[in-house]
Design a protein around this ligand. Structure first.
Ligand SMILES: Nc1ncnc2c1ncn2[C@@H]1O[C@H](COP(=O)(O)OP(=O)(O)O)[C@@H](O)[C@H]1O
Ligand SMILES: [Mg+2]
Length: 271
């Protein structure tokens, strides 16, 4: 029997993305900031255990769409969302939805690392504590360790868990924020340009991490770097002027896109 290398198996899996079930479904999603319309009837589905990259020129609506997925737009005055978004089939904009619970299921990592001005331990334990996920102190310590392990940060911080999170390097702070997001066992993790404030080495670490996290989580990442999208994602969605231009397997998107606007963007003709 022919043995496929791990990479070949992964590649084969990646190319069968059309068979992967949807974790989130976005139907005719439009967003308005006051009078200004920022998204136009976007239909975009997010596949389970997949990294989906959102790309496109600055101001095209990537962050706006991302924020719809855990109702972060609710926190912006004047912002109105129409259309339908579901998570495992349930409408996340339904009036019965507890938004705090939703954001535990759909976590978020921001552009600038934003640890709380508290210890490394408290940064990670806060979420599990308020959501009542730990039965005992030992349990909480276990969750903190596992989360830091998953974020690839444990070995660097295990001897200084009670020092300030803000004392870490930028790259470590961002991995701390990933550990904090992971600690509440979310199903989906949203990342809005998570590497844009990081140096190339810290960026490579976070990219590697994203790759590993995909096994247990569904990930949606906004990036202005097409190289990054190509490196970390299996699906890519391209936005332009508030419209979803194309969504495709990442390989196809960067070699043979269907839409001429994607081609232009990838060739660097605009944006
Ligand atoms: N809080 C806001 N208030 C008003 N307009 C906004 C706000 N956030 C974004 N916009 C506008 O919505 C459009 C899409 O922005 P955004 O989603 O941030 O784009 P991207 O993340 O692709 O750069 C832009 O025209 C931007 O100016
Ligand atoms: Mg943005």
């Amino acid at each position: 029997m022919n043995m496929l290398s791990e990479a070949a198996v992964e590649k084969a899996l990646d190319q069968k993305m059309s068979n992967v079930p949807y974790k989130m479904i976005g139907q005719d999603v439009s967003v308005y900031y006051g009078e200004k319309r920022a998204l136009f009837d976007v239909n975009l589905n997010i596949r389970e255990n997949t990294v989906t990259a959102l790309i496109g020129p600055s101001g095209c609506g990537k962050s706006t769409f991302l924020r719809c997925l855990n109702r972060m737009n609710d926190t912006i005055d004047n912002c109105r969302v129409t259309g339908k978004i579901s998570l495992d089939g349930g409408d996340i904009y339904d009036t019965s939805i507890d938004v705090v619970e939703l954001r535990a299921r759909v976590g978020m990592v921001f552009q600038k690392p934003n640890p709380f001005p508290k210890s490394i331990f408290e940064n990670v334990s806060y979420g599990p504590r308020i959501h009542g996920l730990a039965k005992s102190k030992a349990d909480l310590e276990h969750i903190v360790e596992m989360s830091l392990q998953r974020a690839g940060l444990w070995n660097e911080v295990k001897d200084r868990l009670h020092e300030a999170g803000t004392g870490l390097s930028g790259g470590q702070q961002q991995r701390l924020c990933i550990a904090r997001a992971v600690a509440v066992s979310p199903e989906v993790i949203l990342m809005d340009e998570p590497c844009s404030a990081l140096d190339p080495i810290a960026t490579a670490k976070v990219e590697e991490l994203i790759h590993e996290l995909r096994e247990n989580f569904t990930i949606v990442i906004v990036t202005h770097s097409m190289q990054q999208a190509a490196r970390v994602s299996q699906r890519t969605a391209m936005f332009h002027l508030g419209n979803l231009v194309e969504e495709n397997d990442t390989d196809k998107m960067f070699t043979n896109p269907d839409d001429p606007r994607t081609q232009d963007y990838i060739m660097g003709r605009f944006g």
